[in-house]
Design a protein around this ligand. Structure first.
Ligand SMILES: NC(=O)c1ccc[n+]([C@@H]2O[C@H](COP(=O)([O-])OP(=O)(O)OC[C@H]3O[C@@H](n4cnc5c(N)ncnc54)[C@H](O)[C@@H]3O)[C@@H](O)[C@H]2O)c1
Length: 335
């Protein structure tokens, strides 16, 4: 007798079936999230094209072959028109990060808003394209209630939050005005293999792990009692592919997190245990660019509409990340 697969696996299976053989453009595909999306799409049998200007992304993040790589910018309308025209599905992950954005809001504006508009205009011109936009839980700022829902109050504390929300709003406006099939996912602190600590906004997990592997104390901003909802990359990829394939995703925005609130101090303790080092973290009082006290998201909407549930616990995700980073360091040491 066969038993039914758990809910998450059933959802995974449906995501798998519908993207096989389809032409998928991943903007920002050489970055952390993008390269994990590309590997998964290739495993599912999709025909993948990556558009990336290699601003923070790296060609080495991607497999050597099996897909098309275009070195170019989403700010270049003719390139975007050509590539969107050749694709059925676009996963739009190209973005300037929060550090660049805070330093130079115009650069952020040009890529995060202008680039998104280019993708949407190209999709409208081509017709029949499916677009998934990768947004951020930064749009909630310091949430009033937790866990925060998709339709709770938004509070835009950084130029980055403004541009990510603008991209989302354009997606929804193109859905309402032109019937373009768009969906948005709001990622919450994604971590995992492929996150490059050399990228200035790589996220705290990669930064802390890099310090610990180098035998240095990790530097925690403030008292470390600030909280986040840390999401393992494979779960975020799965949610993104479901947003690209499920009919119930169209015209909608979904939180992609875990619903579990973790203090930064707890995260560092777990990492120290996972790596197996004896290091005491240090605290500084530098103001973080993402100066949010507490944040944890509700994932009920994605669970109900997409039948998606995160499957990797923080402990297991950290174990896989540490294992990956050990491999990278060993390869580097071996030349
Ligand atoms: N990692 C997270 O925790 C997180 C959280 C919230 C939202 N996001 C969103 O997910 C997406 C991917 O983020 P990531 O963490 O992989 O960051 P990343 O910096 O690793 O990847 C972004 C990619 O976009 C490319 N890019 C930047 N500007 C471009 C341009 N003008 N044209 C073409 N490519 C360009 C970069 O070279 C890079 O490869 C972004 O849209 C980001 O806003 C990520």
């Amino acid at each position: 007798m066969t038993s039914n697969p758990p809910e998450g696996q059933a959802a995974a299976a449906s995501g798998v079936r519908t993207l096989a053989g389809r032409r998928v453009l991943v903007t920002g595909g050489a970055g952390f999230v993008g390269c994990n999306l590309v590997r998964r799409l290739l495993r599912e049998g999709a025909q993948v094209t990556v558009l990336d200007d290699l601003f923070t992304g790296r060609r080495e993040n991607l497999p050597e072959s099996g897909f098309e790589f275009v070195h170019g910018s989403v700010c270049d309308p003719p390139v975007v028109e050509r590539l969107v025209g050749l694709s059925e599905v676009v996963i739009h992950a190209a973005a300037r990060n929060i550090v660049v954005s805070t330093r130079n809001p115009r650069e952020d504006y040009e890529t995060n808003i202008g680039g998104t508009l280019n993708v949407l205009l190209a999709a409208r011109a081509a017709g029949g394209r499916r677009i998934v936009y990768t947004s951020s839980t930064s749009v909630y700022g310091n949430p009033r209630y937790m866990p925060v829902n998709e339709d709770d109050h938004l509070s835009l504390l950084t130029p980055y939050a403004v541009s990510k929300l603008a991209g989302e709003n354009y997606c929804m406006a193109f859905y309402e005005s032109y019937g373009l099939t768009t969906a948005a996912v709001r990622y919450s602190n994604i971590f995992g293999p492929g996150q490059d600590p050399a990228n200035p906004y790589c996220g705290v997990v990669a930064k802390f792990a890099e310090a610990l592997f180098a035998g240095k104390p990790p530097v925690i901003h403030g008292d470390g009692n600030q909280t986040r909802d840390f999401t393992f990359i494979d779960d975020a990829v799965e949610a993104t592919l479901l947003a690209a394939t499920s009919e119930r995703a169209i015209g909608e925005v979904f939180n992609v997190g875990t619903g579990v609130e973790t203090r930064v101090n707890q995260l560092v303790e777990l990492l120290i245990r996972t790596i197996g080092v004896d290091v005491v973290p240090v605290h500084n009082d530098r103001r973080d660019v993402d100066n949010i006290r507490r944040r944890v998201v509700s994932i009920e909407k994605a669970r109900r509409a997409l039948r998606w549930v995160p499957e990797v616990t923080l402990e297991e995700g950290l174990r896989r990340t540490v294992e990956w980073q050990r491999g990278v360091l060993a390869r580097r040491a071996g030349g």
